[in-house]
Design a protein around this ligand. Structure first.
Ligand SMILES: NC(=O)c1ccc[n+]([C@@H]2O[C@H](COP(=O)([O-])OP(=O)(O)OC[C@H]3O[C@@H](n4cnc5c(N)ncnc54)[C@H](OP(=O)(O)O)[C@@H]3O)[C@@H](O)[C@H]2O)c1
Length: 257
């Protein structure tokens, strides 16, 4: 039995992954944005050992979530799943002055990675849409570009791959990988999406708990339990360290050596 923490698990792929891991007999800690969503999460996944609460759009709550998650740990695996999608009609700024997709999809997994005791395995949810992302730290907060929700999302999903690969390189004792779950029917994916929750969670579950040699690798990008090649720039050490430095500058917290 493994102990696994899944962020953004009140709904969609995170909830489905939590339920799948519980059904397989694992010990699972879930996460919801507020108390109401935590109640929903407990009702939907009554076997969860705990539900950590906090809005990952604010640095204060990211820190609080890290403290709660640390208390409920340690973990064999952490799945950084929480995310917001690609349909926002305009740029939204958080209380910290950050573009919201960047805060939730990139800075939150960065900060939780820094602050929660490192598990054996880390899984970061990316997307095939990362291929449309810009591999540059020129304007990550969208202050000088004309807004596009889908491009903002794509950028953050590219950064999720970069983050996974940066952690894999800096922490050789940890298995850190990125996953494209496929286009899956969730609130984010929409009702027209072809993939099921079963398809959309099996790669994360496999990477989190399997002893299959194929799952015990690091610094890879997966789709449907197979390694695929992400955008080449994600493997560049300078881009990886640039992202780590940028996030450290925003939060005052560096990735521990
Ligand atoms: N579905 C797809 O086709 C697809 C494809 C590629 C990648 N992905 C990735 O898979 C992950 C899960 O997506 P999904 O389809 O399951 O999306 P979803 O159905 O919209 O669920 C997202 C989850 O994240 C939570 N969340 C969002 N913002 C949050 C915040 N500020 N604080 C705390 N929790 C927050 C949501 O909580 P609430 O329910 O309370 O809002 C929800 O539990 C995302 O990282 C996404 O980028 C999905």
């Amino acid at each position: 039995m493994a102990r696994i923490f899944v962020t953004g698990s009140a709904d969609g792929l995170g909830l489905a992954l939590g339920r799948r891991l519980l059904a397989d007999g694992h010990d699972v800690v879930l996460h919801a944005r507020n108390q109401r969503r935590a109640d929903d999460t407990r009702a939907a996944a009554p076997g969860a050992s705990q539900v950590v609460v906090g809005d990952l759009a604010t640095i204060a709550d990211m820190l609080d979530v890290a403290t709660q998650a640390e208390r409920a740990g340690p973990y064999d695996a952490i799945v950084h799943n929480a995310g917001i999608g690609y349909t926002a009609p305009r740029r939204e700024e958080t209380v910290d002055g950050l573009e919201k997709h960047f805060a939730v999809n990139v800075l939150a997994p960065y900060l939780l990675t820094c602050l929660v005791r490192r598990p054996e395995r880390l899984i970061y949810l990316s997307s095939g849409m990362h291929q449309g992302g810009r591999a540059t730290l020129d304007d990550p907060q969208w202050t000088s570009r004309r807004w596009s929700g889908s491009r903002a999302y794509s950028d953050t999903k590219l950064w999720d791959v970069v983050l996974a690969f940066a952690v894999a390189r800096h922490w050789p004792g940890v298995l850190a990988n990125a996953v494209d779950p496929g286009w899956i029917s969730t609130r984010m994916g929409g009702t027209g999406a072809p993939g099921s929750l079963d398809q959309g969670t099996r790669t994360q579950a496999w990477l989190a708990v399997s002893d299959d040699p194929g799952a015990k690798v690091t610094g890879r990008y997966f789709y449907d339990m197979r390694e695929e090649q992400p955008v080449a720039a994600t493997t560049h050490a300078a881009l990886q360290d640039g992202l780590l430095d940028y996030c450290a500058g925003l939060t005052g917290t560096r990735l521990p050596a």
